[in-house]
Design a protein around this ligand. Structure first.
Ligand code: AMP
Length: 577
């Protein structure tokens, strides 16, 4: 089975070729499901369809398929620490005694998992157990292991989106020469399955012609950093400088009166923001638009932006109506990406911003405080213009500014100098915070023992190697509520040992799956023999000096964490300052 081979190789080239072969041989109807399954998903994030199968359900399915009791399965699980491995051992014994085993098709696997993800209501639990057990009945023991890992979200194929894209290119062109074109379509649609279908059915020309699709989120453009305003002007010349709002980033899709709102990770969020939906319908009259902005809690009486902690209360599943009243939001738009059939992503920013100004009925036209406005902006010709506006923004309670290249297209899914951020620095600290992934935690001493939590071991991410590399042990910045949160959250994803995609010399008390992203402030980046971030073969790694926890970045996936290259750049920038 291909998954077995992929899991055992970390060499990107080999797996790219294996995957290319697989896609070439695949039946047309299998392309989409195969792509989703390989990326560990059942559907693109924006559909909101998630597998979310718990260990209990899997144990019941193994039991149903093997005749072993759940207690026996749990006993083995405690030994292996890996439910997939437990499944393999148990199914192995079973296949020695039975011979009936049909071979599983991609379609069957996909269909069953899709049903599993979408079944709800009375009796759904048993139905789900049956769906998984049916797959286990028809698979070999090794296949069973992968099916179980897939179901629990722990499939370690080592193939990321970049590898899948390279393999698409290899399948149609023999090498990576069309990867960039394929990646562009992925960045515009966030749907790798659709990319596969378009490419293999209609060819690379169809991929190139793709424009944004309403209700299919565009992957976010990201901001670079620079040491000071003089260097920013030198780099991009005259620019638009906007206030940097510390709320959460939202992408708005509107067709007629239907509105969908997506998070930075392309998850559907519409149901959480009835107030924004209402305001969007009132203030935006265009038929079809894709817009982007930052939502933040706002105190109407004092006209003050509220903290991120206040804003985050609006990200909730229950009690939405009450919170809408308690914590009203404002949405500050900063991008117009699509308008009535016209793709704006390739237009220069200056033009997009002007279009945005026309689209939004702002306060000045309508009177009264409106929920939706534009991010405040000025033109800057010289460094002082940036510095003055920065001061003004900080005084208003904003996080800093973002300088935007007038001529740049929207850099979907990429960090380019089209946007350069300048953040408020905590005194004597690094200019920017680091978004690090939690790879382990420590038990506390003293008061902290009661929480079973005393600190985090964190890492940054190397996309090239697909590895998380340690950068800091964080022991400060947590209040009791946060300690409780970490103790609850991390104990659910703890591992028996260091996972394969983690590179760390430091040992925490407990290793965890690299899943949770935290924002960290530190005094500086220093060389360190203990940490592996930015480490060369002979030399030292890099560490954060005096790291303090700021907040959990729920809006970031582990792969969105600060990258190794960014940390190296920040280290260089620090020397220049
Ligand atoms: P960072 O998360 O520090 O890399 O900064 C980039 C983030 O700033 C974006 O992802 C947005 O969520 C946020 N942001 C706030 N205001 C703006 C703005 N005016 N333009 C672009 N991004 C903004």
């Amino acid at each position: 089975m291909v998954l077995e081979k992929l899991e055992s190789t970390r060499k990107r080239l080999e797996s790219t070729d294996d995957l290319a072969k697989l896609f070439k041989q695949a039946d047309k109807s299998e392309l989409k499901p195969l792509t989703y399954l390989l990326s560990g998903r059942i559907s693109p994030a924006f559909t909101g369809i998630e597998l979310g199968v718990g260990d209990k359900l899997v144990e019941q399915a193994i039991s149903l398929s093997s005749g072993k009791t759940v207690a026996e399965i749990e006993k083995s699980y405690r030994k292996t620490g890996d439910l997939g491995e437990t499944g393999r051992i148990i199914l192995e014994k079973k296949t020695q005694t039975t011979l009936s085993s049909h071979s599983l098709s991609v379609k069957k696997v996909f269909d069953n998992f899709l049903k599993l993800a979408t079944t709800s209501g009375e009796g759904s639990q048993e139905a789900k157990v049956k769906l998984l057990a049916e797959l286990l009945n028809n698979s070999s023991a090794v296949e069973g292991k992968h099916l179980i890992r897939f179901a629990t979200g722990r499939l370690r194929t080592n193939v990321g989106e970049a590898t899948i894209i390279d393999s698409f290119s290899t399948a149609v062109a023999g090498d990576k020469s069309v990867s960039k074109k394929i990646e562009r379509m992925y960045n515009l649609t966030s749907d790798l399955g659709l990319v596969a279908k378009t490419l293999f059915e209609n060819g690379i020309a169809a991929v190139e012609e793709t424009t944004p699709i309403v209700f299919s989120p565009i992957r976010p453009a990201l901001a670079e950093r620079m040491p000071d305003s003089a260097q920013i002007i030198e780099k991009i010349g005259e620019c638009i400088v906007e206030g940097k709002i510390d709320g959460f980033r939202l992408q708005i899709h509107k067709k007629g009166s239907e509105i969908k709102i997506f998070s930075r990770r392309q998850e559907p969020m519409t149901h959480m923001f009835p107030d924004l939906v209402k305001a969007l319908n009132e203030q935006i009259k265009e038929k079809e638009v894709i817009l982007e902005g930052e939502a933040i809690a706002f105190d109407e009486r004092t006209c003050q932006f509220l903290s991120f902690q206040a804003t985050i209360q609006r990200k909730r599943k229950h009690g939405i109506a009450e919170k809408t009243l308690d914590v009203p939001l404002r949405l500050f738009l900063f991008e117009a990406l699509y308008l009535n059939g016209v793709d704006l992503t390739s237009e220069p920013y200056e033009k997009r911003r002007k279009t945005l100004e026309k689209i939004v009925e702002e306060e000045k036209n309508a009177g009264g405080a409106k929920t939706i406005g534009l991010a405040k902006a000025v033109y800057a010709k010289k460094p002082k213009d940036i510095d003055d506006f920065f001061e003004e923004c900080i005084n208003e309670g904003l996080e800093g500014v973002i300088c935007k290249d007038l001529k740049a297209p929207y850099t979907a899914g990429a960090r380019k100098f089209a946007w350069i951020k300048v953040k408020k620095s905590y005194s004597g600290s690094l200019q920017d915070t680091v978004d690090a992934v939690v790879i382990g935690y420590y038990f506390g001493k003293g008061k902290r023992t009661e929480f079973g939590f005393g600190g985090l071991l964190t890492a940054i991410y190397s996309p090239a190697e697909r590895m998380f590399k340690s950068i800091a042990r964080i022991g400060t910045g947590f209040n009791e509520e946060q300690m409780q949160f970490f103790s609850d959250t991390l104990s659910k994803i703890k591992l028996k040992g260091k996972p394969d995609d983690v590179d760390s010399l430091v040992e925490p008390d407990v290793w965890v799956e690299p899943k949770v992203v935290v924002e960290v402030v530190a005094d500086e980046i220093t060389k360190s023999p203990m940490h592996t971030a930015g480490k060369t073969k002979a030399g030292d790694g890099l560490a954060l000096r005096f790291p303090r926890f700021i907040k959990v970045r729920e809006d970031k996936t582990p792969e969105d964490a600060t990258s190794e290259d960014e940390v190296l750049e920040m280290f260089e920038m620090q020397k220049q300052r």
